[in-house]
Each structure stands twice: as structure tokens, then as C-alpha cells.
Design a binder for this molecule. Structure first.
Ligand code: A2P
Length: 407
């Protein structure tokens, strides 16, 4: 080891790019990441550079490193106070380039296999995404061209379909990517509100084909169910009128992407607004029917009731030979509670056929709580049909065929 004992490659999070989505804190296996109302920060004395947090970060804000004297490592208080990362102190002897420690990168797959449950690479045939074309310092603006309530007027969930048009501005997106919205105004401490991340619900060629626009699926977060900092952006978005101007950053995401090869199958599992990327992928494939795309589409979609299921009407109108749709309602009057996992078990034979096929790509998006249940269901279905789940799981992850986005 030629590392001087008194220096440290300190792991830091870029506050200018971070969209405070909490993914890194949830992923870190040793609780080295924490946050206050302003910044996400890394405990220098706890972080071991295992890299488990790096691939899941949607923006790349997590992948920042500075060589510091151990005695002068940036404290949590210092990191909480930053609006931007400090420059590398040139007086400190450098160990390598200003990115992750090389040995940590080599170790990453070993450490990550315990903690990263989905793919950290895209499907082999996915189109190459653009990411972070617009940042906090150089945001894009878009005009609201539509804002429609998707859920029944009497339903407790207020979910909106919002269409944003970028006009002449280049804002290329792929299905599965997300954008950040910067709501106007400041929080109680006088700082601008943080960006909130939303999955794009429209395909790459626009919500309206050939137009430079994207759609979002936004659920209004109401105060009684959350703390005072939640709901700022969702209420702002749900209240937008046609012609309003919105500040946008992104796009984000380079792994939760759909395969481009026509024979690829999509097994999509979602709840509530987790349907956004599924709608984007389904619509992209629908526009390429018939002939161009031949792979199967199978969807498991969970909501409280049919009135609370976004896109219920359009979904029901899709041809049965195009998409195999399975709905699970947890609070339908007079019906037993059903989750997506229950629907998957009922269709175990068909799910197993897809699991056996190397062209199948699995997407899970929605409530965090569903992740365990869905993975367990896939494991049980695999085992019941003679597949070794542990090996298959590793293979799916390695081949960019299992994508999880839960919140
Ligand atoms: P529940 O009625 O138990 O809340 P939401 O409307 O809150 O966005 O939730 C969407 C759907 O996901 C609801 O039907 C909800 O059921 C369901 N759900 C909640 N927890 C889980 C879970 N652990 N696994 C699968 N589905 C879940």
C-alpha cells in the first residue's frame, strides 16, 4: 500500500446535482449516509468506499471524492452548509483521479451483490440515454400544455397527467428516464426548494407523436399524510394551468431503460404512479405495432380501487393480444384485498415462461413496500418451475434485465 496514512479519499455528495431522493441513504449497507432538510452527506469515519450507493443514484451526485488530510476531513456540519462542493485542495498529495477509489470500484460487484437488488446496467439493446443536459445552474423551461385529473373525482387519490412542452429546446428522453422539477419559492430556511424527481410517462417521440413534449403522472401529496416539507412540488404541479412555465432539470437515469430489440418481452409490475414508466414503454411499443415489435407485454398493476388506478380507461382499451393486463385492487368494496403479488401467483405459469426466456426484461416501479413481496414472488415462481432463483437473479441483474424503482 502506498497510500499515505494521513490522507483519506473522502466520499462526498454534490449538493448542486443531488435531487434528495434518499436512494443513497437507503442503499448504504453501513449507514454512512444521512441528511438534514438541506443536504445529503457522508460520514467520513463510517464510509468504506464500497460503492453500493453509486450505481442506484439517478443523477450521479453521489460519485464525488476528494483527497483530504484525515485530520481535516470535512465534517457533517461542513457538508450540511454547502451549496456546492469544495475544490480539491491542491496542497494535499493526490492518490488518483478525482473519482472513486480504484480499489473500491474493483470491489464494487462483490459488495453490491448483497445490497443492490436490481440491475445496475441497462438492457443490452437499450438506446443510449442523454443525462443531465440541464442542471440547477442551467435549467430548462417547459410550458404546461395539459393537466388532467386521472382518478375519479370522488376518489381520495388525486392523480394528474401533466404534459410539458419544451418548444424548440432539445430535451431528448427515453422511456424509464425521469426529470427533476424545481418548484418556485423557498423553504422555511430561505433556500430554494429542492428539485423533485418524476418518471416520464410518455415515449421518446413525445406524448403527442412528433411533438417535443413529455408527460408526468403526479399524485397530490396532502399534508395530513406527510410532514411539512412534502407535497410542495406535487401540489404545485397538480395546480398548474395551461400556459404556465415550469423549470426542469435532467433528464436522469441510465439503467431503467427498455430494450430496443423487437423480440424482447416486458414483464411490468407497478402500483399507483409507478405506472408512469410502464405507460411510456407500452405506448412506445404500441406505436410500433404490428410487425416491428413482436415480444410479449405482461403487466401487473396494483391500486386501491379501479377509480384510483391511473389510466384505467385507456389501459382497458388496449388490445388483449397486445398486452396481458392483470389488475389487483386492495380496497375494492366487497372484494378480498389483492396485491400485485397475488395476481402474479395466479398467473405463475405464464410468469414462469417469461422468466425462462432470456429476452424477458422485468420492471418494478411503485411503493417501496412492494419490492420484497415481488422479489419473493418471483423467487417462489422460479423455484416452483424448476429454476434456481439465486443464479437467475444474478443473471437478470448482470444482463440488465431486472429493474427496480421504488419509493
Ligand atoms: P393498500 O390498500 O394496502 O394501501 P397507493 O394508493 O398508496 O399508492 O398504493 C397503491 C397500491 O399498492 C394499493 O393497492 C396498496 O394497497 C398497494 N400496496 C401497499 N403496500 C403494498 C405492498 N407491500 N405490496 C404490494 N402492494 C402494496
Amino acid at each position: 500500500m502506498d497510500t499515505p496514512v494521513d490522507t483519506l479519499r473522502q466520499h462526498l455528495i454534490d449538493p448542486e446535482i443531488c435531487i434528495r431522493c434518499n436512494t443513497c441513504e437507503e442503499t448504504c449497507p453501513i449507514d454512512a449516509i444521512t441528511h438534514d432538510g438541506v443536504n445529503y452527506v457522508v460520514k467520513a469515519e463510517v464510509c468504506n468506499g464500497c460503492m453500493a450507493c453509486v450505481p442506484p443514484c439517478p443523477t450521479g451526485a453521489i460519485d464525488n471524492w476528494r483527497t483530504v488530510l484525515k485530520s481535516a476531513a470535512y465534517s457533517l456540519d461542513a457538508q450540511y452548509g454547502w451549496d456546492e462542493l469544495p475544490a480539491q485542495n491542491a496542497a494535499v498529495p493526490q492518490l488518483a483521479q478525482e473519482t472513486a477509489p480504484a480499489d473500491a470500484r474493483e470491489d464494487a460487484p462483490v459488495a453490491a451483490s448483497d445490497t443492490v437488488r436490481g440491475s445496475t446496467v441497462p438492457p443490452w439493446s437499450a438506446a443510449r440515454p442523454y443525462v443531465q443536459l440541464y442542471t440547477h445552474k442551467t435549467p430548462a423551461t417547459a410550458i404546461v400544455v395539459g393537466n388532467y385529473r386521472l382518478t375519479d373525482a370522488a376518489a381520495p387519490s388525486d392523480i394528474h397527467h401533466i404534459v410539458l412542452d419544451f418548444g424548440a429546446l432539445s430535451f431528448p428522453v427515453l422511456e424509464g428516464q425521469s426529470i427533476g422539477i424545481l418548484p418556485p419559492g423557498t423553504s422555511a430556511d430561505g433556500r430554494p426548494h429542492h428539485a423533485r424527481q418524476y418518471s416520464i410517462a410518455s415515449p421518446r417521440d413525445g406524448e403527442r407523436p412528433g411533438y417535443n413534449n413529455v408527460s408526468l403522472t403526479v399524485k397530490r401529496v396532502t399534508r395530513e399524510h406527510s410532514d411539512a416539507t412534502d407535497g410542495v412540488c406535487s401540489n404545485y404541479l397538480c395546480d398548474l394551468k395551461k400556459g404556465d412555465v415550469v423549470t426542469v432539470i435532467g433528464p436522469f437515469g441510465n439503467t431503467f431503460l427498455m430494450p430496443n430489440h423487437p423480440g424482447s418481452h416486458l414483464l411490468m409490475i407497478c402500483t399507483g404512479t409507478g405506472s408512469a414508466p410502464m405507460r411510456a414503454m407500452t405506448e412506445y411499443r404500441r406505436r410500433r405495432r404490428p410487425g416491428e415489435a413482436t415480444g410479449k407485454l405482461m403487466l401487473f398493476f396494483g391500486a386501491r380501487t379501479s377509480e384510483e388506478l391511473p389510466y384505467f380507461g385507456p389501459l382497458m382499451n388496449l388490445p388483449k393480444d397486445f398486452i396481458d393486463t392483470n389488475l389487483a385492487f386492495s380496497r375494492a368494496p366487497g372484494q378480498p384485498k389483492r396485491y400485485v403479488q397475488d395476481a402474479m401467483r395466479e398467473r405463475a405459469g405464464d410468469v414462469a415462461q417469461l422468466l425462462k426466456d432470456g429476452n424477458t426484461h422485468i420492471y418494478v416501479c411503485g411503493l417501496k413496500g412492494m419490492e420484497d413481496g415481488v422479489l419473493q414472488t418471483l423467487a417462489d415462481i422460479a423455484a416452483a418451475h424448476g429454476m434456481a432463483w439465486a443464479a437467475l437473479w444474478e443473471q437478470l441483474k448482470r444482463e440488465g434485465r431486472l429493474h427496480l424503482e421504488t419509493y
